[in-house]
Design a protein around this ligand. Structure first.
Ligand code: CA
Ligand code: CA
Ligand code: CA
Length: 216
């Protein structure tokens, strides 16, 4: 097995094939998903030859024996991993920035073929790749990931931010900016404001809060 152009490319056990919207051929090759580009270059998109069962980006994915492949209208790839008795969905990410290639269209703010973790198109201090994870707009500096408000309500503090669909938020609290404890782990299933109320004692000293976001 080797990637390369024309006769320089090698396949392990080429099986089912599918044509994508850009006329590239995607190929089941036993434990790998390969791509034959319109330029004649064969590359490996997922899997690395080690049999197994694992989700993950690119070569971290594991398959046991691929037997069928198809592509949906927005570019997701589905493979039948017969030896694992699984159907797997693959969001192709050739530039490795964790943003699926089908999202990196003209006008999206993301840059196809380039690692968007190194690009901050709107100059708000958060990279395009970070904005993808946070669900904010990479073309608007007014849209960025942050705690929007910390408000005292009686014997509670209310922390609020803009949540995004299918994101997971972790809110941490500290009294000294050194040791942090988890206040809440919060999955969010729709776009919109999120607020968390935290009980405090009247005698409590100042507290600091830190919010992080991830995708499943
Ligand atoms: Ca990408
Ligand atoms: Ca940005
Ligand atoms: Ca932004």
């Amino acid at each position: 097995m080797s990637d390369g152009s024309g006769a320089g490319a090698r396949f392990q056990w080429a099986g089912d094939i599918a044509l994508d919207a850009s006329d590239n051929l995607l190929i089941c090759d036993e434990t790998r998903v390969r791509k034959l580009g319109t330029n004649g270059l064969v590359t490996t998109l997922a899997g690395n030859g080690i049999r197994g069962l694992a989700s993950g980006p690119g070569s971290e994915a594991r398959f046991a024996g691929l037997n069928g492949i198809c592509i949906d209208q927005i570019g997701n790839v589905y493979v039948a991993d017969s030896f694992n008795h699984r159907i797997c969905r693959i969001s192709i990410d050739e530039d490795g920035d964790r943003i699926p290639d089908f999202m990196e269209t003209i006008g999206s703010g993301y840059t196809p073929g380039v690692d968007d973790s190194q690009i901050d198109t709107d100059g708000d201090g958060q990279s395009n790749a970070a904005e993808y994870i946070a669900g904010t707009d990479p073309l608007s500096a007014a849209s960025n990931f942050r705690i929007k408000e910390v408000r005292r309500v009686g014997n509670s503090v209310v922390i609020s931010w803009d949540g995004a669909y299918n994101r997971y938020y972790e809110l941490l609290k500290s009294s000294n900016l050194t040791s942090w404890s988890v206040v809440t782990n919060k999955p969010v299933s729709s776009n919109g404001p999120v607020a968390v109320s935290i009980a405090i004692s009247p005698a409590q000293n100042a507290s600091f809060y830190r919010l992080s976001v991830s995708m499943p």
